[in-house]
Ligand binder design. Structure first.
Ligand SMILES: [Zn+2]
Length: 248
């Protein structure tokens, strides 16, 4: 998958913190260019059909291998940013959002974005929403931390953003600085596995960490997102022998 690694590097070199390629071939979640077709839309999307370590996955808690993994240690900080509707999701690009340490080392936080329902399943079930916190290390490798949302009380950290979700494609500065640590649950226990981007070009070599404890979001907040993106989740992909580890 060397070519994909190079491509991933080029995409990231855009520097805006966006992982999605500007001007890339058109793709969708439903209709003619749905996830089953992504691998045929463009040569650079080949990993979407040929990759053997794709994301998302259905995490079976009983099969996850308990391991003495290093804890996730976020060191996020308040940052200016921009709120983007890129046609596939709502994404918050952070100018200087801090970093996190995961078992494979330290990674700088670039952006976070949402999928409804959650792309990852736990024991066959998805959640109404997930946030993917996308990080990159100095070697250009990506690490994602997934935060699952269950419905309950209003999510205060997302209150301003979800009250002003951009319905049309485009970008605008965030109304106020944002500290991404406000999105995290109390427990940072997690599942981890090797996967990919869940959107074209589906590049592999992404270190995934899915937090076990969901955080709450109100039904109205989920509805506000779904008013813009009714469904933006890639179906779960085969494990192909990969082992999911669970932090103790
Ligand atoms: Zn994502």
């Amino acid at each position: 998958m060397k070519a994909n690694k190079i491509l991933l590097g080029l995409l990231i070199a855009f520097g805006s913190g966006q992982v999605l390629a500007e001007g890339a071939a058109h793709w969708t979640y439903e209709g003619k260019e749905n996830p089953a077709k992504w691998g045929d839309i463009d040569k650079t999307f080949e990993s979407c059909k040929l990759g053997k370590e794709q994301s998302p996955i259905d995490i079976q808690s009983k099969d996850a291998k308990k391991a003495a993994l290093a804890p996730i240690k976020p060191a996020y900080k308040s940052s200016a940013g921009e709120l983007v509707n890129n046609g596939h999701t709502i994404q918050i690009n952070l100018a200087d959002g801090g970093m996190t340490t995961v078992p494979s080392g330290g990674y700088k936080l670039l952006q976070f974005h949402f999928h409804t329902p959650s792309e990852e399943k736990i024991d066959g079930k998805n959640y109404p929403l997930v946030a993917h916190l996308v990080h990159r290390n100095e070697a250009g490798k990506l690490a994602v931390v997934g935060v699952l949302f269950k419905t309950g009380k209003e999510n205060a950290a997302l209150k301003t953003i979800f009250a002003n979700l951009p319905a049309k494609e485009g970008k605008a500065p965030l109304a106020a600085n944002l500290d991404t640590s406000a999105l995290l649950p109390k427990s940072l226990a997690y599942y981890t596995y090797n996967g990919s981007l869940t959107t074209p070009p589906c590049s592999e070599g992404v270190a995934w960490h899915v937090l076990k404890e969901p955080v709450e979001i109100s039904v109205a907040q989920v509805a506000a997102f779904q008013k813009i993106f009714q469904m933006n989740a890639r179906p779960v992909q085969p494990l192909n022998g990969r082992v999911v580890q669970a932090s103790e």
